[in-house]
Design a protein around this ligand. Structure first.
Ligand code: 4AD
Ligand code: MG
Length: 475
């Protein structure tokens, strides 16, 4: 359907072609001598309307009331110019085949507008709605554009592990990997899928990964650093996990992260890479997902196309953390959390900076106090701040977090000791500073936050097919 209706004349150039369309019925309206069936195949927001005359093979299914919303059909016919005003072309059916019926009385995705909360409870059917179809396609386009951007720049994609013993961020927000052993009173050959996964009774839980502690990764950064100090410019793109019990519209327990790591690079190079990346992928969807973006502009966030066009065309603002704090303190606005030098910026501060102080443009905040940032960030000459950067965008707040890494062995060792981290477990990370150390920098971009930013969808649970948040892991 996207192929037909996305043509330069909305399909008119293909009039006269005989074609087959397969998809799901959105609506079926029958008149005296014919029926209109609106079909959607997931390739576009647009439906294709088929006109099925009473003498067409398969019309009896319409008569019997079996061609209902949600049913799957295959329709053959000739594409003709439409007499209606809503579409340029329609299919003059010559054959209708009902593939899978759909009980109209119980099908949960009816034509009326459904709340996002309700749709989350039917995650197996929500991709059949216009909104979730469009989000899935734009998410896919952003992923494709990501790989294309890095390929054009000569980066190598590196697969970072999901199971790891190290805690990159040192924030203790890791999920533990455990080995499940059926209890002695259970037949040990019973497959785990047949044993109720309750903690008591049926299973013994040993808190380890074959005898050693292991966790789900919070970030692939340290692994990316290994490859950057051998292949120069690399990136990871995969799922990461955070065991933070936060119920907000921008946190997930499982989210995808894109983490470039650049060798022979400093914070300025890192910021330039983040800016070029963001502008590239946004431009890509504006050019390649026109119908979906117009749908978001009309139904989800008015003016989103203009907002994103500005992102592509305008320069991003830069401000140091110290100046940002001064600006927030002068703001004519009362924040829930007052700001003082040394505190971590909250979402309300981040949003004020990008939405109000810098009128809706992305802002990069640099040089944060070392106390509120991770151990690996490079210490600045002032001894108080580190070469860190956060890229903030309207609505979402922090989209990117990055830094220049500490490449000096002695400084890094001192920092690890100061923070009371276990130095032995970082032996391989320190080796990178012992053998051919180079200045290097990188960042992490939360892919779901990017999809939120690019579609205007408010809640992060609605931009990932199967959201994992405290208490939700069905589907
Ligand atoms: O700022 P963070 O914690 O940085 C790191 O993990 C670095 N190791 C990245 C690097 O330098 N390679 O996370 C990076 C980004 C955030 O800016 C945010 O967009 C996203 O990951 N993020 C989350 N997205 C969804 N749900 C969560 N719980 C997230 N936590 C972080
Ligand atoms: Mg961060």
């Amino acid at each position: 359907i996207a192929d037909i209706k996305g043509g330069p004349q909305g399909g008119l150039e293909r009039v006269g072609e005989y074609m087959l369309v397969r998809g799901w019925v959105r609506t079926c309206r029958s008149q005296k001598t014919f029926a209109f069936i609106e079909v959607n195949d997931g390739s576009a927001v647009s439906n294709l309307q088929a006109v099925v005359n009473t003498n067409v093979e398969g019309y009896n299914e319409v008569e019997a009331g079996r061609v209902t919303t949600g049913a799957s059909v295959s329709i053959e016919g000739v594409l003709v110019e439409s007499q209606g005003s809503k579409q340029k072309v329609e299919l003059q059916a010559s054959k209708l085949l009902l593939i899978g019926g759909s009980d109209a009385a119980t099908f949960p995705v009816q034509k009326k507008r459904l709340s996002r909360e309700y749709l989350r409870s039917i995650a197996h059917l929500r991709p059949r709605t216009n909104t979730f179809g469009a989000v899935a396609r734009v998410r896919n386009a952003l992923a494709f554009a990501t790989h294309q951007f890095f390929k054009e720049k000569g980066f190598v994609w590196v697969a970072s592990p999901i199971i790891t013993a190290s805690d990159c961020e040192g924030a203790g927000e890791q999920f533990c990997v455990t080995t499940l052993i059926p209890n002695s009173h259970e037949d040990p050959s019973t497959p785990l899928s047949k044993i109720p996964s309750t903690k008591d009774g049926l299973l013994d839980w040993s808190q380890d990964f074959f005898g050693r502690p292991a966790f789900l990764t919070v970030s692939g950064q340290l692994n990316a650093e290994i490859y950057a100090t051998a292949l120069c410019d690399v990136y990871t793109f995969g799922p990461t996990f955070r065991a933070e019990n936060s119920n907000t519209s921008r946190h997930l327990a499982e989210f995808w992260m894109i983490e470039p790591e650049l060798a022979f690079a400093d914070l300025r190079d890192d910021m330039a890479c983040a800016t070029a990346y963001l502008q590239y992928v946004i431009k890509y969807i504006l050019e390649n997902c026109k119908e979906d973006m117009e749908f978001f502009d009309q139904w989800i966030e008015k003016g989103i196309i203009t907002r994103l066009t500005n992102v592509v065309e305008k320069e991003f603002m830069h401000i140091t953390y110290t100046s940002a704090v001064a600006l927030l303190q002068k703001a004519k606005k009362t924040f829930e959390f007052p700001v003082e030098w040394g505190c971590d910026l909250q979402s309300e501060h981040e949003r004020y900076l990008t939405e109000e102080a810098f009128s809706g443009n992305p802002v990069i905040v640099t040089d944060y106090p070392k106390e509120i940032k991770a151990f690996y960030m490079r210490e600045n000459a002032d001894g108080k701040t580190v070469a860190a950067m956060d890229l903030l965008v309207p609505r979402v707040g922090e989209l990117i977090g990055g830094s220049q890494r500490e490449e000096r062995l002695d400084v890094l060792e001192r920092r690890i000791e100061e923070l009371g981290l276990n130095k032995e477990s970082y032996w391989w990370y320190l080796d990178l500073r012992r053998y051919g150390s180079v200045p290097h920098a990188g960042f992490g971009l939360g892919f779901e936050r990017l999809v939120q930013f690019a579609t205007g969808i408010e809640n992060i649970r609605d931009v990932i097919p199967f959201p994992r948040t405290p208490g939700s892991a069905d589907f």
